[in-house]
Design a protein around this ligand. Sequence first.
Ligand code: HDD
Length: 712
Amino acid sequence: MAKKKPETTNSKKIDDLKRFEVETKDTVMTTNQGLKVNDTNNSLKSGERGSTLLEDFLLREKITHFDHERIPERIVHARGSGAHGYFELYDSIENYSKAGIFTDTARKTPVFVRFSTVAGSKGSTDLARDVRGFAVKFYTEEGTWDLVGNNMPIFFIQDAMKFPDLVHAVKPEPNKEIPQAASAHDTFYDFISHTTETLHNQIWVMSDRAIPRSFRMMEGFGIHTFRLINEAGESHFVKFHWKPKLGVHSVTWDEAVKISGADSDFHRRDLWDAIDAGHFPEWELGIQVVAQEDEHKFDFDLLDPTKLIPEEMVPVQIIGKMTLNKNPENFFAETEQVAFLPGHIIPGIDFTNDPLLQGRLFSYRDTQLSRLGSPNFHQIPINRPIVPTHNNQRDGHMQMDVPKGQTAYFPNSLSGGCPHLAKMSEGAFTSYEERIDAKKIRTRSESFSDHFSQPALFYRSLADWEKQHVTDAYIFELGKCTHQHIQERMLYVIAQIDEDLSQKVAKGLGLKVPKSIDEPLNQAIGADADVSKFQPPKKKVYLEKDPALSQANTKFNSIVTRQVAVLIGDGFSMKDFKNMTDALKKEGAMIKVVAPHGGTVKSDNGQEQKVDAAIATTESVLYDAVYVPGGKESVAALKDTAKFIKFINEALKHCKAIAADHEGVELLEATYVSEFKDDPAVCLNSDPSTFAKAIAQHRNWKRMARAEKIPV
Ligand code: HDD
């Protein structure tokens, strides 16, 4: 993570946005017409206690604007958080692409990124078990490029035609509008179990990827196979990857549930606070490139968005870095009104015939019309490109520009033929000339029909603790379904991925894995219901494991922005406190003092220490690690408050690093930590560097099986 002052002046996009910023400091209140206002608290009445007059234009303007403040939320990805930043290229990849951002290493391309959950409404919890959106808008010199991806490298369905079904199945059930921001319900698993192409993305959602510790600690993927086009017009297939500098880390499901209550804005706050503190999150951009002639050399189809290319088969080449260094000035104007369209591309990048991507090219423009209300949504400040735009499109709701001249058509002579068509030498876009010789047909390619090999590869690649989390997630999710036939059908399809996994889930549900599925039902509801149709005679094992799929192989080298709760009361040892917190702060950790009360606490040498949170207002799930310094009186006060004991026991259960010095160790004796003294992430009277190393590990997952038994 970079730590420097925001560089807002050398970003063309930030400068552009400044033109629209409205300052209220040192200003007088006016109406929208500029009329100075001296009372905004009382309406105009007939007498002191009389009725309100129709004449009251001030009341009308204020209330009318308020009445229309809301716009429709996004049909999916309604809940999101955004930030500004920039992209820098390490080395030119001109062999593959002629795009300026991929050839010019001197450029700093402004970006706006929006992270999101998918299923929940705008006000839902950040910690839902869900896919996360990872949408990046690059404001390039050749026009805007949107890479609208997710934090998982595959998608649920293969054809955009099924998207409304998928979304209707996962959203709250239409009769009762329950549950909010959750896939754990009958309609979702009814759909999933009848649509086996979803199973790959589904097993990722059961994994820890679906409950990230932070937006800053998750990967991003363009998912589809795109094309890179070089100056000679040659095409290479490409998949885009974002790799976070902080590694890929997650919370446990028990924490996710509790964080949703303690701070449902956890991810939004985390992103804002990190940028605000100058700890700018960074991701490296990687590409997997496949030569045109290798299109058919894989056991899966490159056009199938439910398949990833294992990194073991095609390594990811790192080509650049994105840094987020500025929070938005206004949530609605920027994060809410930003409109991402997969159809926004630039010369040097092109689409493939992936049928999901092809449908997306239609859907996103369409949705902005109802969401933002006008075909002029590109004129909203956050959506404006950093390069000038000229064409003959005119009028429409909320036209902000004032297009000059007599003509709005092409060709024309009255305006000298302008705007004239761009020549290729001027950087015009042209679509890749793909040779097509085919019949018009409504079908699915046979090459898309293996639905089980890759979910199985994913599951095989996970560490034991990750496999346990997947098992627990299935038990939880299916346990929330009320129809046994849906649960059993799911057990059947999970067994096609991994028999042992299905047996474990079945045990948790108190059911048996069925030997076959209900054929009459299949016939009644259509071809897609027939699981066997989508199963190759033998599941393909083209790779035993892909280490990149497991979070056990991520980075564990930093404690930057890790939240460390330091538990103290009056009389705490300032020597212990300073020794530990100075060392951790030096490495970038954030120290948060939690005390029996708010305000300040006094140390053993009489110094006042500011309290960040009184114990009554906070929960252990909001921190990455816990430290208890010495101090007799302090420890006695902590022991006296049951919530401190719960706080520590929970941190222990969630496999976090815990440290204590001198009398602080006595507090831990009153908790389950006393049974975990041999644990490498329990640091008693140890050097701060030992504790820092344990925090950098994120969690001590080896503790998991024993810690599960802690009753909190
Ligand atoms: Fe989508 C929003 C990601 C398939 C239709 N999608 C949306 C956002 C992200 C994605 C990150 C939020 C953008 C923002 O922050 O404003 N969607 C994906 C990915 C997909 C995908 C990675 C598959 C690889 N989406 C997909 C399909 C369709 C849509 C197949 C329709 C056929 N998606 C939409 C949408 C949204 C949207 C309804 C809602 C709000 C918006 O577009 O602007 O049009």
